[in-house]
Design a protein around this ligand. Structure first.
Ligand code: GLA
Length: 730
C-alpha cells in the first residue's frame, strides 16, 4: 500500500516508486504539518525537520502562538489567525468574520481513487493507486475539510484535491479554496513556468527563485495563451537528466493561481488552485464545495523524468475514450485552405486530392452555419448554410465517404454573435453587466453557460447537427477571453461564483456530448492553444496546439507543450508557405517532420501545392503511420533545443520496451561546419545493440548515448532528418 498511517510517530506516508511524502500530526490539537517530500526514504519520524523546538515550545505557545502558526510548515494553510503566508482557505461567516484554522479530525485510506463530482480529474482503479482522505475541521466555523491525496503505484505522481463541507447550521461563504499547498525549504531552486501569447503559447521561462511571491496566474476565465496552470521548482543544477524537480499542474480550465512565496528563513510555500480574485462560493448548511485537482510530480532525475511522469499519467489516467490508444486519423483542415470562402464543390475538390494522397478525415472549419461569411455574425445559430452546402452536411459527408474520407466539423458552442438569431431572441443568454455595453472580442460575446437553459439551447442545436450527418470528429473552439462576467440568473451574492460555474458548464456540455456521441474524436481548441490544460484533456484526447503553424515557431511551442503534455495530445499540421502567420518559407518535408510527433494533419490548399510537394504527401503519411506512434506512446527525450542553441532542434522517442528509437532532427540554420554534429542520445538500453536504419551501423545503446550519433551534414536552412535505431539481437 503506497499510503499508510504510522500510529507511533503520528505520521502519514505516501510512497511512489521515486518519492516519499510525509505529513505529521503536531500537538494534541492535531495541526497538520508538512514533514517531507523528496527522494524515497524509509523513515517516518523526521519531526526534527519541523524545528518545533526552535519555535515557542508547546507549553508556551498560548502566549506566542502567532510565531508557531507563521513558522510551521503546514499541509494546508488557513487564514486570519496567524499564518501570514499565502492562505489556501478563507471562509466568511454571516457576521462577516474571515478566519479559518484546521486541525485533524479523522482519516481513511483505501485503494483506488474517487471521482471528483462535476470536475475532470485523473482516475485510477484498485490496481493503480491508493487514496488518503484526511479530514480536518474548524470547530469554530462548523467546517469540515477533506484533504484528498492519491498516490500512484507506478508513477511519481501525487494528486491532491480539497472538499469543503459546511456542517454548521448557518451559511458560510468561501472566499478562496486553493487545491494544494507545499511548504518546504528552498534548495537553490529555479522557477520554471510557461508563458506566451496568441500564436506563441507555452514559452519556457526558467529563472532563479527570488524573495517574495512569484509565479503565474490567469484571470481570463480560461487557462489562457498567456499563462499555463503549471509550475516547477528545479534545482539550479537540474538538467534534462539530473537533479531534483518538483512540479505542479492544475486540472482546471479557468482562472488559476500558481505561486511560490520565498520567505524570511529561506523557506517557501507553493500554492495552486482557483484564483481567489473574483471568486466566492456560498455554502448553505450541509452543502459541499469540491475544488479541482492538482497533480504533483517529483523527479530526482531531472526534467525528462518529470515529463515522462506527466505524459504517462495523462495518457493512462486522464485521457479517456476510444481514441486514447488508437492511432489518430491523418486529417486535412479547411481553415487555412479556404477560410470562409467555400462551397460543397470546393470542399469536394480538396477532398479528392486529400483522398488520393491518403488522408483519412476532412475537417470543415468555420463558416458552414448561419450567414457566416466572416467572423462578424452567426455564432449561436448552428444551422447549416445550404447556400454554401446544398443538401447540407449529410450530402457533403456522403460524398466525402465515397472518396474514403470521414467528415469532421468545427464549432464554437460557448459563443454568440450579437448579429445572430439566438442573441436577438435571448440577449440575456450572454454574459454582460446591467447598464454597460458588453466588450466585444472577435465581434462576439460569451454565452452564460452557468444557466442550464443556455446550455440546453446550445446543446439542442449542436446535437441536432451531429445527428444530421455521419460526423466523426468535432473541433470545439473558443475564441475569446471572458469579461463582463455577470449573470442575469444569479443573485448578487452569488456573482462571484460565475467564473467557476462557467467552467463547470463547459465541462457538463462536453461530458454530455461525449456520452451521446461516444464515437466522436473531440479536439479542443481556443484561438489556437489558449486552453491547453489537463482539464480539457479529460474530454478531448487532442488539443489544437497553436494557430501558429509555421514549422520553426512550432519548435518552441511544441517544446514548451511537451514539457508537461503528451505528444499524443498535440494537434500539429503541415501548413502552406509562405506561412500565413509570419511569411516564412520552410521546406515541405521539414514541415512534416515538425508535425510528425503530434496528431498529424494538413492545413492548406492541396490544389496550390507544387507537384513535388503533392507527391511528397504519401511518403510523409507513411512516416507518420510507421513512426508517429513511437512519439505518441513511447518516452520522449529532448536532446537539443533550438530555443537554447539557436541553431537546431532534436527530440528522441523510444518505445516502452526500448526496441525502437526515432530521432527527429531539425536544422533551423545552416551551420558552417567541417565536421558533422555529434548528438548524444538518451533513453536507450545501454546493454542492448541498436542498428541505425540509415547507415546500417550497429552499436550498443551506451555507444549511441554516450558516444553520440553523428548527424548527416545538411546544407541549407530549415532542413531535417529522421533517424531510426532498432534493437538487434546479439
Ligand atoms: C480559431 C482556431 C482556428 C480556426 C479559427 C476559425 O482561431 O484556432 O484554427 O478554427 O478559429 O475561426
Amino acid at each position: 500500500m503506497p499510503i499508510s498511517y504510522h500510529e507511533q510517530s503520528r505520521v502519514f506516508r505516501l510512497d511512489t516508486p521515486g518519492s516519499t511524502y510525509l505529513i505529521a500530526l503536531v500537538d494534541d490539537e492535531g495541526f497538520l504539518a508538512h514533514l517531507y517530500y523528496g527522494r524515497p526514504i524509509p523513515d517516518c519520524d523526521l519531526r526534527h525537520l519541523l524545528r518545533l523546538e526552535e519555535y515557542p515550545a508547546p507549553s508556551q505557545r498560548n502566549g506566542e502562538r502567532l510565531t508557531f502558526y507563521d513558522m510551521l510548515p503546514t499541509e494546508y494553510s488557513g487564514h486570519g489567525v496567524g499564518d501570514l503566508r499565502e492562505s489556501c482557505l478563507s471562509v466568511e461567516t454571516p457576521q462577516g468574520a474571515r478566519a479559518c484554522c484546521l486541525t485533524y479530525l479523522s482519516h481513511r485510506i483505501f485503494r483506488g481513487k474517487p471521482k471528483l463530482e462535476g470536475l475532470p480529474a485523473t482516475f485510477g482503479g484498485q490496481d493503480d493507486c491508493a487514496t488518503l482522505d484526511l479530514v480536518c475541521q474548524d470547530p469554530a466555523l462548523g467546517l469540515r475539510v477533506h484533504l484528498i491525496y492519491t498516490a500512484f503505484d507506478h508513477l511519481d505522481a501525487i494528486c491532491r484535491s480539497v472538499l469543503v463541507e459546511n456542517v454548521s447550521s448557518s451559511a458560510r461563504r468561501l472566499n478562496r479554496v486553493l487545491s494544494a499547498c507545499l511548504d518546504m525549504d528552498n534548495q537553490a531552486f529555479d522557477l520554471i513556468t510557461l508563458h506566451g501569447c496568441w500564436g506563441q503559447e507555452r514559452m519556457i521561462s526558467r529563472a532563479p527563485l527570488t524573495w517574495g511571491r512569484q509565479g503565474t496566474a490567469s484571470l481570463r476565465g480560461i487557462s489562457s495563451h498567456q499563462e499555463q496552470p503549471f509550475l516547477a521548482l528545479a534545482e539550479h543544477t537540474a538538467t534534462q537528466t539530473q537533479g531534483q524537480v518538483y512540479a505542479a499542474n492544475f486540472v482546471y480550465s479557468g482562472n488559476f493561481l500558481a505561486q511560490v512565496e520565498l520567505r524570511q528563513q529561506n523557506d517557501l510555500r507553493l500554492v495552486m488552485g482557483i484564483h481567489p480574485t473574483d471568486f466566492c462560493w456560498n455554502l448553505a448548511p450541509g452543502a459541499r464545495f469540491q475544488a479541482p485537482e492538482v497533480v504533483l510530480v517529483y523527479s530526482s532525475a531531472g526534467l525528462d523524468h518529470m515529463s515522462h511522469t506527466f505524459h504517462d499519467l495523462y495518457r493512462r489516467h486522464l485521457i479517456r475514450g476510444p481514441y486514447r490508444d488508437r492511432p489518430r486519423p491523418a486529417l486535412i483542415n479547411s481553415w487555412e485552405a479556404t477560410y470562409f470562402d467555400f462551397d460543397t464543390q470546393r470542399l469536394l475538390a480538396l477532398g479528392r486530392l486529400a483522398a488520393q494522397a491518403g488522408i483519412e478525415l476532412m475537417v470543415l472549419d468555420d463558416g458552414w452555419f448561419g450567414r457566416r461569411n466572416s467572423d462578424d455574425s452567426s455564432l449561436g445559430d448552428w444551422t447549416v448554410n445550404e447556400e454554401k452546402l446544398p443538401g447540407g452536411l449529410k450530402h457533403l459527408a456522403e460524398e466525402l465517404n465515397k472518396l474514403g474520407l470521414k467528415l469532421g466539423l468545427w464549432m464554437e458552442p460557448e459563443m454568440v454573435s450579437p448579429d445572430s438569431d439566438l442573441y436577438r431572441a435571448h440577449p440575456e443568454y450572454a454574459l454582460k453587466i446591467p447598464g454597460r455595453a458588453p466588450t466585444l472580442a472577435r465581434n462576439q460575446l460569451v454565452l452564460d453557460l452557468s444557466q442550464p437553459q443556455v446550455r440546453q439551447a446550445v446543446y439542442r442545436q449542436i446535437s441536432a447537427v451531429l445527428r444530421s450527418a455521419p460526423i466523426d470528429y468535432v473541433k470545439w473552439d473558443m475564441n475569446r477571453t471572458l469579461c463582463d462576467v455577470y449573470s442575469s440568473a444569479l443573485p448578487p451574492q452569488a456573482q462571484g461564483e460565475l467564473y467557476h460555474r462557467y467552467v463547470l458548464g463547459v465541462y457538463e456540455l462536453q461530458e454530455r456530448l461525449l456520452s451521446d456521441f461516444p464515437h466522436l474524436l473531440l479536439e479542443n481548441c481556443c484561438g489556437g492553444g489558449g486552453r491547453f490544460d489537463p482539464g480539457m484533456l479529460y474530454f478531448s484526447p487532442q488539443i489544437w496546439t497553436s494557430d501558429n503553424t509555421d514549422a520553426i515557431d512550432r519548435l518552441r511551442i511544441q517544446e514548451g507543450t511537451a514539457l508537461v503534455y503528451p505528444l499524443s495530445a498535440m494537434g500539429a499540421h503541415v501548413a502552406a508557405c509562405p506561412s500565413h502567420i509570419n511569411r516564412r518559407t520552410t521546406d515541405f518535408i521539414t514541415r512534416g517532420r515538425v508535425s510528425l510527433p503530434g496528431c498529424f494533419g494538413y492545413e492548406l490548399d492541396l490544389a496550390a501545392l507544387s507537384p513535388e510537394e503533392l507527391a511528397a504527401i504519401p511518403a510523409q503519411l507513411e512516416e507518420y503511420r510507421t513512426y508517429g506512434h513511437v512519439f505518441r506512446t513511447g518516452d520522449y527525450y529532448r536532446l537539443a533545443s533550438f530555443r537554447e542553441n539557436h541553431e537546431y532542434d532534436a527530440i528522441l522517442a523510444v518505445t516502452k520496451d526500448k526496441s525502437l528509437a526515432v530521432i527527429d532532427f531539425v536544422q533551423v540554420y545552416s551551420r558552417l561546419e567541417q565536421r558533422s554534429l555529434r548528438l548524444p542520445l538518451a533513453g536507450l538500453d545501454p546493454a542492448r545493440r541498436y542498428r541505425c536504419q540509415k547507415t546500417g551501423q550497429v552499436l550498443s545503446g551506451a555507444g549511441w548515448m554516450y558516444g553520440g550519433l553523428p548527424l548527416p551534414k545538411l546544407k541549407g536552412d530549415y532542413l531535417s532528418c529522421l533517424i531510426v535505431l532498432e534493437a538487434v539481437e546479439g
